[in-house]
Write a protein that binds this ligand. Structure first.
Ligand code: GLN
Length: 200
């Protein structure tokens, strides 16, 4: 996939903890150059960044230890950032408990909102904003693993996808995206393509 000027797109994946390899594999299949980000200088020259799922307290503490909190906040003011699951928590302004957060998205999240690991589930959800090849968009298979819920959006953030009962599981704020679920664990690349469009 190309950015302006015919240059190949280069996307970072925060690689402190969690399922960054799965995001990298999906991006690789889309023809995107990927970079594992563990240090502030590795953000240089990236067109966008993905923060993977994992354990948000661990990701936050490691980000603090590596001096990444401020550089990530600055990156998010200029370029697209997408957080999946723990990554969405890390992007939020409020996770209802004390833990290091970037706080760059006007969303409030509730961690482990669906219960324990055994209560993980998968569900097909309508996401009409996703690219479609045949004129109408098929439902997206959403994988929830000890997932957070986006309890509320405020300011410039908007709900992007909900469960059938209306609870929010994806939000967008300009070029920032948060999803409670894990598109990188499916074979469906539409969410990644949607994100990459924001970076073009
Ligand atoms: N339960 C994790 C947390 O609260 C998130 C789980 C995930 O990323 N799949 O940080």
């Amino acid at each position: 996939m190309l950015v302006g000027g015919g240059k190949r797109m280069k996307v970072g994946v925060l690689a402190l903890q969690g399922d960054f390899i799965e995001h990298q594999a999906m991006l690789g299949r889309l023809g995107v150059e990927t970079v594992q980000v563990r240090l502030p200088q590795e953000l240089e020259g990236l067109d966008a960044l993905i923060i993977p799922g994992g354990e948000s307290t661990t990701i936050g503490k490691l980000a603090e230890a590596f001096g990444l909190i401020e550089p990530l906040r600055q990156f998010g003011q200029q370029r697209p950032v997408w957080g999946t699951c723990a990554g969405a928590i890390f992007l939020s302004k409020d996770a209802r408990r004390q833990q290091p957060l970037l706080g760059i998205m006007d969303i409030m999240v509730v961690r482990n909102a669906f219960g324990r690991q055994v209560n993980s589930f998968e569900i097909d959800l309508d996401m009409p904003f996703l690219p479609s090849s045949n004129g109408h968009s098929t439902p997206f298979h959403a994988v929830f693993i000890r997932a957070p819920l986006i309890e509320s959006v405020s300011g410039n953030a908007q709900a992007l996808a909900t469960l059938p009962d209306g609870r929010i599981v994806a939000a967008r704020q300009g070029r920032l995206l948060a999803t409670s679920f894990h598109p990188e664990l499916t074979g469906d690349d539409r969410f990644h393509r949607y994100f990459l469009e924001l970076a073009k």
